[in-house]
Design a protein around this ligand. Structure first.
Ligand SMILES: [Zn+2]
Length: 270
């Protein structure tokens, strides 16, 4: 049995009570993939690791990675709290969804620097005040490939033209340019602006488009388009995603103004 005892970076994904006083903490480590850690007496107010094991925390941990079974933690340093997600119910919901999606996208113990760095950059972007809906959309688009989904959005499936507007075709598993809409009479009739942003989001980090402005109606269409891609190509339904959908519905129903007013213009700036 291989055992390491060393330092690694990690993001807390979930915390679950175990027996009376202990906890099982799932941490997405950069070096060893997702691992389950057994933490004894976590309820103790003087627990040395308490601050490093709060939800929405990134830290450098010292611990023992066991290839099979539970891992153990000894110490932590350079703790970074994504405090807004710990206090704001909306940001909490979005970040919980990102954590759950990252958890669902790869098996435990599989190392993916790309997915780790993506999750980290998205949590940081939300913490820094970037539009959380846009950050979530970027994460969703970039994570598609980890689920084995590879819809072709860059060029028309028939003529390879990159000229927008595009529509999406399940038949071609990709986009069609205006000239080739006729190739699939059951095409999606998706919003062209939604496809425009989805194409961009596939290839950027939140930082690269930190000041992007997306109009509310485009956001709605983007939400619908990405939901469609997930239904068609991923087929998982996370509770944390349903929670976000319910939250939206409630707020619209009762007209609760919760989101910041949008800027009128739309465009990509960096
Ligand atoms: Zn074409």
């Amino acid at each position: 049995m291989v055992e390491y005892y060393n330092e690694f970076d990690g993001i807390v994904l979930s915390i679950r009570k175990h027996r009376e006083k202990d906890a099982l903490v799932k941490i997405f480590t950069r070096e060893h993939g997702k691992r389950m850690f057994f933490v004894k007496n976590i309820k103790n107010p003087n627990h040395a690791l308490k601050a490093a094991l709060l939800p929405f925390t990134k830290a450098t941990y010292l611990g023992r990675i066991k290839e099979d079974g539970l891992c153990f933690l000894q110490d932590s340093r350079d703790i970074e709290h994504f405090s807004k997600m710990q206090t704001d119910i909306h940001l909490n919901a979005y970040a919980t969804y990102l954590n759950n999606l990252a958890d669902a996208a790869i098996n435990d113990g599989i190392v993916s620097h790309e997915l780790y760095d993506l999750l980290y950059s998205c949590l940081e972007a939300i913490q820094n005040g970037m539009d959380a809906e846009v950050v979530v959309n970027i994460f969703e688009m970039r994570v598609l490939k980890f689920f084995g989904a590879d819809p072709q959005l860059q060029a028309c499936a028939v003529c390879h033209s990159q000229e927008e507007p595009f529509d999406f075709s399940v038949k071609f598993s990709g986009v069609l340019c205006q000239k080739h809409f006729g190739e699939d009479n059951r095409r999606q009739h998706a919003n062209p602006a939604a496809i425009h942003f989805a194409r961009i989001f596939l290839h950027v980090s939140p930082k690269q488009i930190a000041s992007v402005q997306v109009k509310p109606e485009t956001k709605k269409a983007l939400r619908e388009f990405i939901d469609f891609l997930y239904e068609e190509y991923v087929g998982i339904r996370l509770k944390s995603k349903s929670f976000i959908d319910d939250m939206f519905e409630w707020e619209q129903q009762f007209q609760i103004p919760v989101r910041k007013p949008e800027q009128p213009e739309e465009g990509e700036k960096s």
